[in-house]
Design a protein around this ligand. Sequence first.
Ligand code: FES
Ligand code: FES
Length: 159
Amino acid sequence: MADLTVTCRINGQAATLRGHSMARLLDVLRRDAHLTGTKEGCGEGECGACSVLLDGRLVNSCLVPLVHANGAEIVTIEGVASADRLHAVQEAFVACGGAQCGICTPGMVLAAVSLLARTPRPTEDETRAALAGNLCRCTGYMRIFAAVVEACGRTAEPS
Ligand code: FES
Ligand code: FES
């Protein structure tokens, strides 16, 4: 297939992306949209480092061809915080030490944001299942799970 022009929204802003229809959304986001918070780990759908929200669904952007972004609402890690405050999940990752090298962190945060949007009070099993597609080689996961539990409390706080 030939190159194409895709119109979409990224982090709430209208965006135009250009490239081969089968270009990886991961590459287009990082190279052309300069959204380098989205990381590449395995490059083959196994690690979740490249996770973004596509129309509200957590996807591995290394497996998403550019053509599937046409008309979509995309949220990357750069779109999670508000202008003046981290998202509750990000605050909880900081508070709980849920990040070490940070390569998995954007994907982990987006997986947790996606989980809490669907299930504000997840069980431990639901949390583990929601993060199962995101691999971390540093933390041993316990601090990440603790951060998600902490984030549940923070999202319950009046703002
Ligand atoms: S880089 Fe996409 S799943 Fe690992
Ligand atoms: S913090 Fe290093 S891979 Fe998770």
